[in-house]
Design a protein around this ligand. Structure first.
Ligand code: SAH
Length: 367
């Protein structure tokens, strides 16, 4: 049997050409697109402004299936990790993060990751494949549906590409997903609320600046090439000087500032020497430094600095007038914190359809 095309992950123009090829007028495509994006429809049956026979016809030609939710973990602050099973059985994770007046969704762009950063759990299981556009977009649809079903009224307003994988290593699919998410006729996310986080793939960063500049977060983690190379193998390919060069000319999207992510790892990169070098490296650039205390894990050979050390690092940078915040890592208890998402290995399958909450089921708004 030939597989029906899935309409998710397509632009409005593509959906128009698919639907008009069935000799239907193009405004029908616009209605379908609106259902898929603004109203997070799960099936053609829900599209009640289409005639019943058209809904049936469309379901004979196309499908709208979404990845299957296999697990939802929620902590006491409301951070929610969603595990999704893809058509080939691979499992990816997304994280919904509650903020004061909106939700942020952290999405994955690859199954696993090929970069091998020494501090990151996703790296441990290696790389399997890139996500397709529909798999990136589906994470947004599923999160919006969960929030709606749970009765949450705050909007899902920000998307950060900080889940599993290196977004710029899946460049073509990333750009198409970004275009669909920004499209005003559909999801309508503002560009400054779409943040791409990268370990610093220089050629792709240059292309992003040209093709679709979004808000940007750069995973720096060290102010010197030798130290960075010992933590991030990709740093052997792209030197700090090249990265800084790209940042200098990158279009200023979000408040005019690029976020510099810097994991603070005890006795590795957390001394005042590094703080001073970081200042020298970044001074004059339109950046905000986000210090991320290392999220420890038994399989990783590092630990988190003391609060004292974290705050003296921050204080030094503040004293140099560098805008510097310390990220309060959310979702660590449910392994949803930065660098804690990992590809599940076969042999450790999750039971389909089980929703495993932490002990705080009572506070969940999703059931
Ligand atoms: N590959 C992209 C997207 C992943 S984002 C990137 O490198 O930016 C994940 C963020 O979490 C990155 O800033 C990453 O460096 C950080 N991270 C990874 N492992 C971590 C850990 N153990 N503790 C804290 N942050 C971590």
């Amino acid at each position: 049997m030939i597989k029906k095309p899935n309409l998710r992950g397509h632009t409005l123009e593509e959906i128009r050409s698919l639907i008009t090829s069935l000799e239907e007028p193009s405004y029908r495509a616009d209605q379908v697109y609106n259902w898929l994006t603004c109203r997070s429809a799960k099936s053609f049956q829900e599209m009640t402004n289409l005639p019943k026979n058209l809904r049936e016809k469309l379901s004979n030609y196309f499908e709208l299936s979404l990845p299957q939710i296999v697990e939802i973990l929620r902590d006491e602050e409301g951070t929610t990790k969603i595990a999704l099973r893809l058509e080939d059985g691979e499992i990816i994770e997304s994280v919904i993060i509650p903020e004061r007046d909106h939700f942020t969704l952290c999405v994955s762009t690859q199954v696993g990751c090929a970069l091998g950063c020494k501090f990151c759990l996703t790296a441990k299981t290696g790389f399997k494949r890139n996500l397709e556009v529909k798999e990136i977009i589906s994470q947004v649809v599923i999160a919006k549906n969960l929030l709606k079903e749970g009765g949450d009224t705050l909007p899902l307003r920000n998307i950060v590409f900080m889940g599993m994988g290196e977004p710029l290593a899946n460049y073509t699919n990333l750009i198409k997903a970004l275009k669909i998410l920004e499209d005003k006729r559909g999801f309508n996310f503002s560009r400054k609320r779409l943040t791409v986080s990268t370990a610093g793939l220089v050629p792709e960063l240059r292309s992003l600046a040209r093709d679709f500049p979004t808000a940007l977060a750069l995973s720096l983690h060290a102010p010197r090439d030798d130290l960075r190379q010992s933590l991030m193998p990709i740093a052997k390919r792209y030197f700090l000087s090249e990265i800084i060069d790209v940042l200098r000319s990158f279009p200023r999207i979000k408040n005019g500032r690029i976020t510099i992510e810097y994991i603070l790892i005890k006795e590795v990169n957390d001394s005042l020497r590094e703080a001073e070098e970081l200042y020298q490296l970044l001074k004059g650039l339109p950046v905000k430094i986000n210090l991320i205390p290392f999220n420890p894990h038994e399989e990783l050979p590092f630990s988190k600095p003391t609060e004292d050390r974290i705050f003296s690092f921050q204080r030094y940078l503040l004293s140099k007038r560098m805008l510097t915040t310390v990220r309060k890592s959310k979702g660590v208890r449910i392994s949803a914190g930065c660098g804690q998402l990992r590809r599940r290995l076969e042999g450790k399958p999750l039971t389909p359809n089980t929703i495993n909450f932490e002990s705080t089921i009572g506070t969940s708004s999703f059931l």
